[in-house]
Structures are given as structure tokens and as C-alpha cells.
Design a protein. Structure first.
Ligand code: NAD
Length: 295
């Protein structure tokens, strides 16, 4: 595989494009928004610059990586010649089904179609295509250039050959892939999201403060980051969508999103990407302070 198309240039799409481009793949990055594409290129450049400063890569590796990425708003030109498409558009089932239906029609018959979805069934995504054996989940973690794990999700009909090639491809990116079966939330989010949701309920019930809850989990459980800070990092809208998919899929109380999470998303408090969530990032991501509503 040499030619990779990434659909969606948001938080995850820019990181996935960066990671493939740094390993010398030709990357076509596609988004419906040209502003999102411009922002993604700026983010990739800034992140590469930081790696140069830390002497993790050279100046010429930085320019080669940037030269390996081209951007498109037109899907058909964006997938032309792709060996693999990694879809990282907004976490919305109808949107993803529509994208995969289109991809199935316009991509070469041999192209593997992967989704970076956090929770949506790979089997259901495959069902809208005529190539169910070539549909797979390739769930990168945020921030993609730094995080080692790739959850590789097999739909009911994903072939061994496709699974093996995505496992080896992930290794060639210096990642550690873990193969899992298809179920709402897979492994990572099935375990993580109930914890984040419970942290939000704990805050909503005034059992402790934002910093109190995060500190308990950092110092008490050796988590590198508290659950409320992590939710801001993931995006509160993304957390809500994942919980809704698990709630629909499994039913019961366990995955019911906390009303506070629903309100925050309604009010546009999405975490780092909107400038505020449980913490306020108006003075930069590194200078976070607790958001005014929780002080
Ligand atoms: N944020 C995380 O920490 C995280 C981690 C792992 C996986 N994911 C998953 O990755 C995917 C993307 O999440 P994100 O956080 O990057 O979202 P985001 O909101 O930051 O970005 C989504 C991008 O998709 C674009 N988009 C929407 N419809 C499109 C279409 N039809 N064609 C092309 N582009 C389109 C939007 O313009 C936007 O730029 C979701 O499925 C999410 O569940 C997110």
C-alpha cells in the first residue's frame, strides 16, 4: 500500500494524515470544508515543528512529510488511486453510511475501506457496500502521531487477508495493533466512556470539584490525565455520540449520558476544540483553568 486517502480533516483526520505522511505514504486528505483542510495543514505543520525542536525528526523529514500531503474538497478526486481509505468524518451513523455507500461506488474494487469510528458497528457500515470483506475498523487514538494503539475491528464479514494487511500496515506506522470483534464501543470506548460519564455524574451531583475528580483518578489510579480533562481532549460531542451508540446498542441505564454532558454539548462547550469544556483553554491548552461554571 502506498496511496492513502483520509476522509475528514478534524482532530483525528489531521493526525492520521500526519502519521501516514511521515512514513512516506502519499496522502490525500479530504474534507467538505476548505477551512478544515487549511486548519489541518497548519496543525500538522505546527506539530512537525514541535518534533523538529525536540530533535525527534529533522527539518527535511518535516518538509517531506508536508510534501506527501495534498488536500481535496471533492471526494471523487480525493479517492482516485487510493489503496486504502481511512474515514475519520464526524461520528454520526447516517453520515458514515452515506460516505461508505459513495466510496463503494467510486473506489477501485481492490481498495480497502476503513473507518476510524469510535463506536459505530463496522458490520452495519459494511452492509451498505458490496465489499463487506474489505470493510474494517482502524481506530487510532488521539493524538495519533504519539499514541501507540490502533484498535483493528473486524466486521462479521471482514476477510482474514484484509485484517492481516491492516495489522501489518499499523505496525509499519510504528503502532501496536490489537484485533477486536465488532460490538458497540469495541473495547477502548466500552470501558473508557462509562468512566468518563460516571465522572460527569459525580461532578453533577457535587461529590467533588472538576480538579478534585481529576486528581483522584491521576494520583489514586495512576491515570496520566483525569477523566474530565480527557473528555475535553476527546471532544464532548464525540463522547456524547459514543455513549448514545452504546446506549442504543446495549440498552439499560449503564450507558445513559449524564444530563450535564448533554447540556454542555447543546451549549457548544465541546472541550479543547471549542475553547472550553470542563476547563477553559482561552489562554492556551497548556494554561488550562477550571471553566467559570464549575468554579
Ligand atoms: N476525538 C477523538 O479523540 C477520537 C478518537 C478516536 C476516534 N475518533 C473518531 O474519529 C472520527 C472523527 O472524529 P474527530 O474528533 O476528528 O471529529 P472532528 O469534529 O474534529 O472532525 C470531523 C471532520 O469531518 C468533516 N466532515 C464531516 N462530514 C464530512 C464528509 N461528508 N466528507 C468529508 N469530511 C466530512 C468535518 O468537516 C470535520 O472537519 C469520529 O468517528 C470519532 O468518533 C475520535
Amino acid at each position: 500500500m502506498k496511496n492513502i486517502t483520509v476522509i475528514g480533516a478534524g482532530t483525528m483526520g489531521n493526525g492520521i494524515a500526519h502519521t501516514f505522511a511521515q512514513k512516506n505514504f502519499n496522502v490525500k486528505l479530504v474534507d467538505i470544508s476548505s477551512e478544515a483542510l487549511e486548519k489541518a495543514l497548519k496543525t500538522i505543520e505546527k506539530n512537525l515543528e514541535r518534533m523538529v525542536k525536540k530533535e525527534k525528526i529533522t527539518e527535511s523529514q518535516k518538509s517531506n512529510t508536508l510534501a506527501n500531503i495534498s488536500t481535496y474538497t471533492d471526494l471523487e478526486s480525493g479517492v482516485d488511486g487510493a489503496d486504502l481509505v481511512v474515514e475519520a468524518a464526524t461520528e454520526n451513523k447516517d453520515l458514515k453510511l452515506k460516505i461508505f455507500q459513495q466510496l463503494d461506488q467510486i473506489c477501485d474494487l481492490n481498495t480497502i475501506l476503513a473507518s476510524n469510528t469510535s463506536s459505530i458497528s463496522i458490520t452495519e457500515i459494511a452492509s451498505v457496500t458490496n465489499r463487506a470483506e474489505k470493510i474494517i475498523g482502524m481506530h487510532f487514538m488521539n493524538p495519533v502521531p504519539l499514541m501507540k494503539l490502533v484498535e483493528v475491528i473486524r466486521g462479521k464479514q471482514t476477510s482474514d487477508q484484509v485484517t492481516n494487511s491492516i495489522m501489518s500496515l499499523s505496525k509499519s506506522l510504528n503502532k501496536i495493533p490489537v484485533e477486536v470483534n465488532d460490538a458497540p464501543g469495541f473495547v477502548a470506548n466500552r470501558i473508557l466512556m462509562p468512566m468518563i460519564n460516571e465522572a460527569i455524574y459525580t461532578l453533577n451531583e457535587k461529590i467533588s470539584s472538576v480538579e478534585g475528580i481529576d486528581t483522584v483518578m491521576i494520583l489514586g489510579m495512576s491515570h496520566p490525565m483525569g477523566p474530565l480533562h480527557l473528555a475535553d481532549f476527546i471532544g464532548l460531542d464525540v463522547c456524547l455520540s459514543i455513549l448514545e451508540v452504546m446506549h442504543d446498542g446495549f440498552g439499560g441505564e449503564k450507558y445513559t449520558p449524564c444530563p450535564l454532558l448533554i447540556d454542555m454539548v447543546k451549549n457548544g462547550h465541546l472541550g479543547i476544540k471549542s475553547g472550553a469544556g470542563f476547563y477553559d483553554y482561552s489562554e492556551g491548552v497548556r494554561n488550562k483553568k477550571v471553566s467559570a461554571q464549575f468554579v
